[in-house]
Ligand binder design. Structure first.
Ligand code: DX5
Ligand code: ZN
Length: 222
């Protein structure tokens, strides 16, 4: 049995004090720094990209988990590898299966952890052809694009379906959940088999982010 891992998303952090925010979550025992990369095409919002990853990488003491919500991610994967990402997540909806497979292979070949993600409307079966190429699966529990949205009810069913599919295929990637995860929803997804919880607002908009990390972990591990 493994305790859940917490990946605070810096999209919800105070960007004017990013260094302090990173120090704070690191000291509080966060497992990853989740970096939400959006391009205004794959999703409507535009956030941060390679320059941010490049500056964070040498500073960060915990792994940088880069979530690519961009069109044509395969073109940019080498740049994010070069920039110092520790794990890179590519969306199944963003590329064709061969391109997705190629991108995941390229990530792994570089010694970086690979992950594939599905949006709420995408069937878990879409992951089957690339499941052997991933270190992590990311199940979106909100429509990607913005932090602070409400968890889509029933998303834990998708987590369970992914867990089941992995078991059936004899594979054991980490299962990550992203979107609207906090004290109420963490126990649901953890019980369904989630290993990594992405938390944006629930951590950074909390009065005490360090306590929020500890509390979310505690309720998820109950
Ligand atoms: C949504 C992003 C999430 C989001 C998480 O597109 O991928 O990482 O910022 O924020 P919360 O936890 O506030 O939903
Ligand atoms: Zn994310």
């Amino acid at each position: 049995y493994q305790p859940v891992k917490i990946a605070p998303s810096i999209l919800s952090a105070d960007l004017m004090a990013l260094k302090e925010e990173v120090d704070l979550i690191t000291a509080a025992g966060a497992d990853f720094i989740h970096v939400d990369v959006m391009d205004g095409h794959f999703v409507p919002n535009l956030t941060m990209g390679i320059p941010v990853v490049k500056q964070l990488a040498p500073y960060a003491k915990i792994p940088l988990d880069v979530h690519l919500m961009i069109a044509n991610p395969d073109k940019q994967v080498p740049w994010f590898i070069e920039a110092g990402a520790d794990s890179i997540t590519v969306h199944a909806e963003a590329v064709s299966v061969p391109h997705l497979a190629k991108a995941l292979e390229e990530i792994r070949m570089a010694g970086v952890k690979s992950a594939a993600s599905i949006k709420p409307g995408t069937d878990v079966e879409e992951l089957a052809p690339v499941l052997h190429l991933v270190d992590m699966v990311l199940v979106m529990s909100v429509e990607p694009g913005f932090s602070g949205q409400s968890y889509i009810a029933g998303s834990e069913g998708k987590v369970a379906a992914v867990a089941q599919m992995c078991e059936a295929l004899g594979l054991s990637p980490l299962i990550q959940v992203d979107g609207g995860i906090g004290l109420k929803t963490a126990p649901l997804v953890a019980a369904a088999g989630a290993d990594v919880l992405v938390c944006g607002n629930a951590v950074f908009k909390a009065e005490d982010p360090a306590a929020a990390i500890r509390d979310i972990r505690a309720v998820a591990d109950e």
